[in-house]
Ligand binder design. Structure first.
Ligand code: UD1
Ligand code: CA
Length: 499
């Protein structure tokens, strides 16, 4: 039932996503369809899968947690229209409510459960194509599964034609043995579906109006119907509790990683590598164990990410390396190097060949070509030119308690270790700062800024104030060696030992 990729995808007049159920088994304050896997909500996955069907109307039936679902839709699918089902009287009632919102709709409508996050466009277009080809008025997607527990069973007649969908709770023992199940995805003629739903009763174990009960009366009335098996049974798996959510997430991730590996990405340990469906990775990139790539992250060819690295909404350019780091909204330039143990926050932009090293945090910071922030620093609200070196333990002091200020560092600057750059401040091209300086005013190009108290040694302080300590003993020994004539010393001279 695959739809050939060369032809334009078959279209439907409307897509209806059923998403009003409470999702009791999730035990959550968040509506079930908003639970996320692989970088999208379940609802988001369903909508993405249906997108190629080019429906003029996309209706999402909302009920439980409707405000949350509405807000989510406004964010991820503003063209989709929420339709309220006040009381959750069953999937058939939900579909009826949706169709009532588009009273003039004609043609085919795809109705799909909102909790089927593994559905693919390929499966949906295949289903619609099969429906069209069969001249069917009601077509249900099915799958053969190893364990059909809890799902509706597809009852076929002796010729293999579908006769009914029977919910597990209402099934006979014989029907329960059937392993072909209802995927919760249907294509129907809008007018036919409207009519049959209006006649549905609630005489079943749950006292609900089942969408699945639409099939049997159509068959009885001699209408052309069809039941089409999905090629990949994983596609149709629903998600009712957190255990299933974890299993679906794993399946989805495996699919994403398989795709990346086919495209030439090395995934060293698929079991610990998690990549959202929205991420792109170039060929010859290596993803080391414990890597998570999320959101809009893009990784160019020939980069290396991980081990133990999380990138959210980041852009990693070709040949860059990111090791054991956590990066949010950062742009990591070509051949740049990050980590181990770096924290890159939004607005970080590393130019070609820049380096951010161990225990460095950056935010709103541009690090110029070939510049280095190798150790133990905070770089916030900064512009650093090319070829600069920021000494260990430098802090860009950007916050005065009320407002954030910016620091500008020129090209080829050398910031001494433990410099405090109190923003707003500008350090000119080629300037130096002395280690331990607190820089509060601009440094002209080429100057050496020294902003620290001169050193004072209080001679004999330890002998007087800490008598009897190991320090005092060591000091006394050093002093007596210094007083002894040179030829009595048994260690080599300082000049020799220094070489
Ligand atoms: C449903 C099917 C079952 C199928 C399974 C596939 C029915 C009666 N049964 O069972 O045959 O094998 O999906 O996963 O349809 N919903 C509403 N309003 C309601 C009730 C439900 O919008 O009043 C929505 C839910 O949010 C959900 C979908 O309809 O997205 C299906 O409901 P759910 O309770 O999950 O049905 P299942 O028991 O999974
Ligand atoms: Ca379900």
């Amino acid at each position: 039932m695959t739809h050939p990729a060369s032809e334009p995808a078959p279209a439907v007049a409307a897509v209806v996503v059923l998403a009003a159920g409470q999702g009791t088994r999730m035990r959550s304050s968040v509506p079930k369809v908003l639970h996320a896997l692989g970088g999208r909500s379940m609802l988001g996955h369903v909508l993405a899968a249906a997108a190629p069907l080019r429906a003029a109307h996309t209706l999402v039936v909302v009920g439980s947690g409707r405000e949350q679902v509405r807000a989510h839709l406004a964010e991820v699918a503003p063209a989709a229209r929420p339709v309220v089902q006040e009381e959750q009287l069953g999937s058939g009632h939900a579909a009826e409510v949706a169709l009532a919102a588009v009273p003039d709709l004609e043609g085919s409508v795809l109705v799909v459960n909102g909790d089927s996050p593994l559905l693919t466009s390929r499966t949906l277009t295949g289903l619609v194509a099969a429906h069209d080809a069969a001249g069917s008025v009601f077509t249900v997607l099915t799958a053969e599964v190893a364990d059909p527990t809890g799902l509706g069973r597809i009852v076929r007649d002796e010729h293999g034609a579908p006769r009914a969908i029977v919910e597990e709770r209402d099934a006979t023992d014989e029907q329960r043995a059937i392993r072909e199940v209802n995927a919760g995805v249907y294509v129907a003629n809008a007018g036919t579906l409207r009519r049959v739903l209006a006649g549905l009763g609630t005489s079943n174990a749950q006292g609900e109006q089942y969408l699945t009960d639409a099939l049997a009366p159509l068959v009885a009335g001699g209408a052309p119907t069809a039941a089409v098996r999905a090629e990949d049974p994983d596609d149709v798996l629903g998600c009712n509790d957190r255990r299933e959510l974890a299993v679906r997430r794993r399946t989805l991730n495996d699919r994403v990683l398989d795709g990346l590996m086919r495209d030439g990405v090395t995934v060293v340990d698929p079991a610990t590598t998690w990549v959202d469906v929205t991420v792109t990775v170039g060929n010859d990139t290596v993803l080391e164990p414990g890597t998570q790539l999320r959101g809009t992250t893009t990784v160019a060819p020939g980069a290396s990410v991980g081990p133990d690295t999380t990138l959210v909404d980041c852009a990693v350019a070709a040949g860059a390396t990111v090791v054991r780091s956590h990066c949010l909204g950062a742009e990591i330039g070509p051949e740049a190097s990050v980590g181990p143990f770096s924290y890159l926050r939004p607005g970080t932009r590393l130019a070609r060949g820049a380096k951010v090293g161990a225990f460095v945090e950056t935010k709103n910071a541009e690090v110029g070509e070939g510049s280095k922030v190798p150790h133990l620093s905070y770089v916030g609200d900064a512009t650093i030119g090319a070829g600069a070196n920021i000494g260990a333990a430098t802090v860009f002091v950007n916050y005065d308690g009320v407002t954030k200020h910016r620091t500008t560092i020129g090209d080829q600057v050398r910031i001494g270790s433990d410099t405090m750059l109190v923003a707003p401040v500008v350090v000119g091209d080629g300037a130096y700062t002395a280690a331990g300086s607190v820089i509060t005013s601009d440094v002209p190009p080429g100057a050496m800024a020294v902003a620290r108290a001169p050193q004072r040694n209080v001679a004999g302080w330890v002998r007087r104030r800490r008598p009897g300590t190991a320090a005092a003993e060591a000091a006394a020994a050093a002093e007596s060696r210094a007083e002894a004539p040179r030829e009595d010393r048994d260690e080599p001279s300082r000049a020799n030992s220094d070489s």
